[in-house]
Design a protein around this ligand. Structure first.
Ligand code: ARG
Length: 454
C-alpha cells in the first residue's frame, strides 16, 4: 500500500511506479529513518499526542525493525515506494493501527530531509576518518624520506632542489583543508528539518529544540519552507568530495610521472601495479590513473545536483528525490579510492640514485643569484648576471658548474672561487630554513605541526 491511497481509485502503471519509487537507493537511509521516527514518536509523546504506552509500543517495534535492517532480515515489499513507506508498513504489521499515529504532524518532506542529513553527518565523520588515515600515510612517508632531495618542478621543468619530505607534505595540507571544510559543513548539516511538516510547519506542540538535541542536531531550522527544500548540505558535500578528488588527482598525476622510466624516482610495489595483456614488460600505475580519473566523476556529480536544484520553485519538489544518488556515489567513490591509493604510496620504493642523478647545475641558478645578493648585489642585477652565465655555459655546451672562474669574473668580479660551493643540493635546501621552507630543520617543524593535526 502507498501512504497516500485515500483519494485514488486506480493503482499506478508499472513503469510510472518504477520511475516514482526511490526505494532502490534510499533504502540506504534505513537506520536514519528509524532513528528519526523514534525521536519523532518521543516528541509526539511529550506533546501529549501519544500515550506513554503507545509510544513504548512504537519504540519497541522500531527497535525490532532496526534489528531486522542490521541483520539483513528486513523484507521489502513490491509496494514499498520508499524507505519511509517500508518502515511504516512494517510498523503497521508489527503493532497494527497504533502505527498510524506516528506520522502525525509529520510529512515525508521533513522526514527525508532529516534522514538524509543524519546520513550525511555520519558520512562526513567516516570520510574525515578515511582522509585522516590517508594523511597519516603521507606523514609516514615524509618521516621516512627526510634524507632525500629531489629536483622540484614548476611548469614540469626542473626548478630548485627540495626535500622529498617537503613534497609529500605539500599533499598533506590540501587534505587538511578538506577535513576542515568537512567539519565546517558538519555545522551547517546539523540543522533539523523535522517539525517543518510538508512545508508550513507542524500544528502540534512539538518541542523542536528537544527533538534536535535527541537526534544530535545543533538547532531546528528557522523556516519550515527552507527546511524541507534546503539541499545546500548535499551540494557542499559534493563540493568537498570534488575538491578532495582534485587534490588526489594532482598527487596521482605526479606519481604517474615519477614512476615512469623517464623519471624513475619511484618504483611501484607489484601489489599495487597492473600489467598489460599485450606487452609482457608493462607494469602500469593504473591505481594512480584511476585516482586521477575520479575527480572528473566527482565534479560531474556536483554539477549534476546543482543543475537539478537550479530553478526549483519553493518548498519540496520531487526533483529533490534525486539528491541522494550523487551523494552516495561521491562518498562511495572516495571510500573506495583512498585505501588503495594510501597503500600504493606507503609501499612505493624511492630510487635514491635516480634522484641524485637528476640534479643538474642549472637547478642552482637561483642559489647562484642569491650568492651574489649576499655580496651586496641587487637581486635584479644578480639575476641578469647569472642569466649571462647560463647563456655562456649553453654556448660552450657545458654546465654552469664547469664554466671557468675567468668567464664568471668577466661577467662580474663579484664572482669568486667560492661560487662553486652553491652546486650542492643539501646546501641549497638547508638555506631555506624559515617557516614553510624546504630545509630539513624547517620540514621537521612542519612535520611536527602535521602530526599534531592527526
Ligand atoms: N522519496 C521521497 C524523496 O526522497 C520522499 C519525500 C516524498 N514526498 C512527497 N511529497 N512525495 O524525496
Amino acid at each position: 500500500m502507498t501512504l497516500w491511497g485515500g483519494r485514488f481509485r486506480e493503482s499506478m502503471e508499472e513503469s510510472a511506479w518504477r520511475l516514482n519509487a526511490s526505494l532502490p537507493f534510499d533504502r540506504r537511509l534505513a537506520e536514519q529513518d528509524v532513528r528519526g521516527s523514534r525521536a519523532w514518536a518521543n516528541a509526539l509523546c511529550r506533546a501529549g499526542l501519544l500515550t506513554p504506552e503507545e509510544n513504548a509500543q512504537i519504540q519497541n517495534a522500531l527497535g525490532t525493525i532496526l534489528e531486522e535492517f542490521r541483520r539483513g532480515e528486513f523484507q521489502f515489499q513490491p509496494h514499498d515506494e520508499d524507505i519511509h513507506t517500508a518502515v511504516e508498513r512494517r510498523l503497521t504489521e508489527l503493532i497494527g493501527p497504533v502505527a498510524g499515529k506516528l506520522h502525525t504532524g509529520r510529512s515525508r518532506n521533513d522526514q527525508v530531509a532529516t534522514d538524509f542529513r543524519l546520513w550525511v553527518l555520519e558520512a562526513i565523520d567516516r570520510l574525515g576518518a578515511a582522509l585522516r588515515n590517508f594523511q597519516a600515510v603521507l606523514v609516514a612517508r615524509a618521516e621516512q624520506d627526510l634524507a632525500l632531495i629531489l629536483p622540484g618542478y614548476t611548469h614540469l621543468q626542473r626548478a630548485q632542489p627540495i626535500l622529498l619530505s617537503h613534497w609529500w607534505l605539500a599533499h598533506f595540507w590540501p587534505l587538511q583543508r578538506d577535513r576542515q571544510r568537512l567539519l565546517e559543513l558538519r555545522k551547517r548539516t546539523a540543522v533539523l528539518p523535522l517539525g517543518s511538516g510538508a512545508l508550513a510547519g507542524t500544528p502540534f506542540p512539538v518541542d523542536r529544540q528537544a527533538l534536535a538535541a535527541e537526534l544530535g542536531f545543533e538547532v531546528p531550522c528557522a523556516n519550515s519552507i527552507d527546511g524541507v527544500s534546503d539541499r545546500d548540505f548535499a551540494v557542499e558535500f559534493l563540493f568537498c568530495a570534488s575538491l578532495v578528488g582534485v587534490h588526489l588527482a594532482r598527487l596521482c598525476e605526479s606519481l604517474v610521472i615519477f614512476t615512469s622510466a623517464e623519471f624513475g624516482f619511484f618504483t611501484l610495489a607489484e601489489a599495487y601495479s597492473t600489467g598489460s595483456s599485450l606487452m609482457p614488460q608493462k607494469k602500469n600505475p593504473d591505481l594512480f590513473e584511476l585516482g586521477r580519473a575520479k575527480a572528473g566523476k566527482l565534479i560531474g556529480l556536483l554539477s549534476g545536483l546543482l543543475t537539478t536544484l537550479k530553478g526549483l520553485p519553493s518548498a519540496y519538489d520531487k526533483d529533490l528525490q534525486e539528491d541522494k544518488p550523487p551523494v552516495f556515489a561521491a562518498y562511495d567513490t572516495l571510500m573506495e579510492v583512498l585505501p588503495p591509493l594510501g597503500g600504493a604510496i606507503a609501499t612505493l620504493k624511492v630510487n635514491a640514485e635516480r634522484l641524485a642523478a637528476s640534479f643538474e647545475p642549472a637547478l642552482f641558478a637561483t642559489d647562484l643569484a642569491d650568492y651574489l645578493v649576499e655580496k651586496g648585489v641587487p637581486f635584479r642585477q644578480a639575476h641578469e648576471w647569472v642569466g649571462q652565465a647560463v647563456r655562456a655555459a649553453e654556448e660552450q655546451g657545458i654546465t654552469l658548474e664547469r664554466l671557468s672562474l675567468e668567464v664568471y669574473r668577466a661577467i662580474t668580479p663579484h664572482f669568486e672561487a667560492d661560487l662553486y660551493a652553491v652546486f650542492d643540493p643539501l646546501r641549497s635546501v638547508t638555506r631555506r630554513k624559515e617557516e614553510g621552507g624546504t630545509a630539513p630543520e624547517a620540514v621537521q617543524r612542519q612535520l611536527a605541526r602535521a602530526k599534531a593535526l592527526l
